[in-house]
Design a protein. Structure first.
Length: 89
């Protein structure tokens, strides 16, 4: 959260009756509303973020985790240490 705020990003929380939750949601100037899912363990599945993406037609999901940089099937992976690289452009 501090890395996002230090990058002048104002994240929001999204959840539905505690069955789905996404840690952060940002509004991209070019891509609309984007969910950011944070995973610290080995399981990096993003069921809630995928539900959010379908419901709100997000172009992609940002997943901050222990995995390396990558992009696959509409999921942009960013290592946790590099969360400061996320921006709203």
């Amino acid at each position: 959260m501090k890395q996002l705020i230090s990058n002048n990003i104002h994240p929001y929380y999204w959840g539905i009756q505690s069955t789905h939750e996404v840690e952060f949601v940002i509004r991209s100037k070019t891509d609309g509303v984007i969910p950011i899912d944070v995973k610290s363990g080995k399981n990096t599945r993003s069921t809630s973020a995928k539900s959010f993406r379908q419901k709100y037609n997000s172009k992609y999901i940002i997943k901050a985790s222990t995995k390396n940089f990558g992009k696959e099937n509409g999921i942009v992976n960013i290592p946790l240490y590099a969360a400061c690289l996320i921006n709203e452009d």
